[in-house]
Design a protein around this ligand. Structure first.
Ligand code: C2E
Ligand code: CA
Ligand code: CA
Length: 394
C-alpha cells in the first residue's frame, strides 16, 4: 500500500490536511491535493494517481461533474467518494460514478475515519494484486451466453464450522466458471457481465440446482448439512422463485430448512415489496436468510430491520483488521452485540489466521468460514474433507 499515490480533491483545506495526515499514518507518502474539479483534472493531467478521494460539494467544478469527466477519460484509478451530505446522496453519487464505468471503491462520510478509509484502500490493493496474479479480464457477453447454455457453470463449496468444536455445520456454494481449457475462473471475472445483461436468474438457477444436487449426494453418503446460496436482493423479482427453489430442493429430497439464502443489496432498490415477500415466504417455509457482507453495504442496518434474517455474516474486512486495529475491533464487537440482540446466528467470514480465530472465539462468534479452516472446493473434495474432519456418520 505504501507506494500508492493519492489525489485529494476537496475545497476544505482542513479536511485535506486531516486526510493527508491519516494517509501518512498508513504509510502513504505520495499525497497530492486539488481544490475543485478543474484543479483535479489538471493534477491528473500531470500524473495519474492510483486513488482519487473526491469531495462532492465544491465551488467551481463540483464532484459529480468531475466524475463525469473522469468517466469520459476512462480513468482506471480507484475512486473514493467523500461527502458531508447524507448517505442517500453518497449512494446516488456512487451509482452515477459506476454508471460512468469508474472504479468506485466506495464512499466515506465526513469526518473521515481511519478504519473505513483503510478498508477501501485495502480493496484497491487487493484489486492490484489480483490483477498481478493474472489479468482479470471480464468474460465477453457472447462467452457468457454460450457458457450458460453449455455447462460452463461449476460450483465450489466452502465449509462453515462451529467455533467450539470445529464441526461442519454447513457450506456456502460459490460459483466458478470452467473455461474451455479447464481453467477455473472466479466470479469477479463474469458476475458483472451476468448481472448487467439480465442473466443472473439463469446463473442462480444453475448454481442452486448444482448445490442441492450435491447436498442430496452428501446425504446419501451420510452427511447432512445446510447449503447456503448467494442472491442479490435486486434479482428477487419473480414470485415463482419461491416455488422453484422449494420445488427443486424437494425433488432432490432436500427440505427447505436445509437451505440458506445469503442476501446482498448491490444497488439502491426502488421496489422492495417483491423481494421482501419472496424472502418472507421462503423464511416461512423454513429456509434460513443470511445478511451477507455485514458492515460494508450502506443499507445494512435498514435491511436488518426489514428482512426476517436468521444469520449475520460479518465481512472479512472487520475480521482481518480486528486483532491489530481498535476501530475495526469496535465494529466487529458491535456487529456481534447487535446480532446477539436480534437473535441472529453470527458467522465470521474470511478468518485466515490462528490469531483471528482466537479473537473471534473470545468474542463469542458461533460459526467461522475462512481459509484458516478450508478453501472453497469441489463437492467430492468436500465429502472427503468432512470425513477427515469426523462429520460423516456412516
Ligand atoms: P461472498 O459471498 O462474500 O463469498 C465469500 C468470498 O470470500 C468467496 O470468494 C470466498 O472464496 C472468499 N473467502 C472465503 N474465505 C476467505 C479467506 O479466509 N480469505 C480470503 N481472502 N477470502 C476468503 P469468491 O468465491 O471469489 O466469491 C466472491 C463473491 O462472488 C462472493 O462473495 C459473492 O458475493 C459472489 N458470488 C459467488 N458465487 C455466487 C453466486 O452463485 N451467485 C451470486 N449472485 N453471487 C455469487
Ligand atoms: Ca456469501
Ligand atoms: Ca460475504
Amino acid at each position: 500500500m505504501q507506494d500508492m499515490t493519492v489525489l485529494i480533491v476537496d475545497d476544505d483545506t482542513f479536511i485535506t490536511n486531516l486526510t493527508t495526515r491519516m494517509l501518512k499514518k498508513l504509510g502513504i507518502e505520495r499525497v497530492r491535493s486539488a481544490k475543485d474539479g478543474h484543479d483535479g483534472l489538471s493534477e491528473i493531467g500531470t500524473e495519474k494517481p492510483d486513488i482519487i478521494l473526491c469531495d462532492l460539494n465544491m465551488p467551481g467544478m463540483d464532484g459529480l461533474e468531475f466524475l463525469r469527466h473522469l468517466g469520459e477519460d476512462k480513468i482506471g484509478s480507484g475512486i473514493i467518494l467523500v461527502s458531508g451530505e447524507d448517505k442517500r446522496v453518497l449512494q446516488t453519487a456512487t451509482q452515477l460514478a459506476k454508471a460512468h464505468h469508474l472504479n468506485v471503491l466506495g464512499s466515506l462520510q465526513k469526518p473521515i475515519k481511519p478504519v473505513p478509509l483503510k478498508v477501501l484502500l485495502d480493496k484497491f490493493d487487493e484489486q492490484q494484486s489480483a490483477s498481478r496474479r493474472g489479468p482479470i479480464t471480464l468474460l465477453t457477453l457472447e462467452a457468457v451466453q454460450e457458457g450458460l447454455h453449455n455447462g460452463r457453470i461449476d460450483v465450489f463449496f466452502q465449509p462453515k464450522v462451529s467455533v467450539p468444536d470445529r464441526r461442519l455445520v454447513g457450506v456456502e456454494a460459490l460459483v466458478r466458471w470452467r473455461s474451455e481449457d479447464g481453467r477455473l475462473i472466479p466470479p469477479i471475472a463474469f458476475l458483472p457481465v451476468v448481472e448487467e445483461n439480465g442473466l443472473i436468474d439463469e446463473l442462480t438457477a444453475q448454481v442452486f440446482q448444482i448445490a442441492v444436487g450435491a447436498a442430496a449426494d452428501w446425504v446419501q453418503s451420510g452427511l447432512n448439512i445446510k447449503v447456503a446460496v448467494n442472491f442479490s436482493v435486486d434479482s428477487l423479482t419473480r414470485f415463482d422463485l419461491v416455488d422453484f427453489l422449494v420445488g427443486t430442493a424437494r425433488d432432490k429430497g432436500i427440505d427447505p430448512d436445509k437451505l440458506i439464502l445469503e442476501v446482498t443489496e448491490s444497488r439502491i432498490m426502488e421496489e422492495v415489496t417483491t423481494p421482501l415477500e419472496i424472502l418472507t415466504r421462503l423464511r416461512i417455509k423454513g429456509a434460513g436468510l443470511a445478511i451477507d457482507d455485514f458492515g460494508t453495504g450502506a443499507s445494512s442496518m435498514q435491511q436488518l430491520k426489514r428482512i426476517p434474517f436468521t444469520e449475520l455474516k460479518i465481512d472479512r474486512a472487520f475480521v482481518a483488521g480486528a486483532p491489530t486495529d481498535d476501530e475495526a475491533r469496535a465494529m466487529l464487537e458491535s456487529s456481534i452485540a447487535l446480532a446477539k440482540k436480534l437473535d441472529l446466528t453470527i458467522v465470521a467470514e474470511g478468518v485466515e489466521t490462528q490469531e483471528e480465530w482466537d479473537l473471534i472465539e473470545r468474542l463469542g462468534v458461533e460459526i467461522v468460514q475462512g481459509y484458516f479452516i478450508a478453501k472453497p472446493m469441489p463437492a467430492d473434495d468436500l465429502l472427503a474433507w468432512a470425513r477427515a474432519n469426523g462429520d460423516v456418520s456412516s
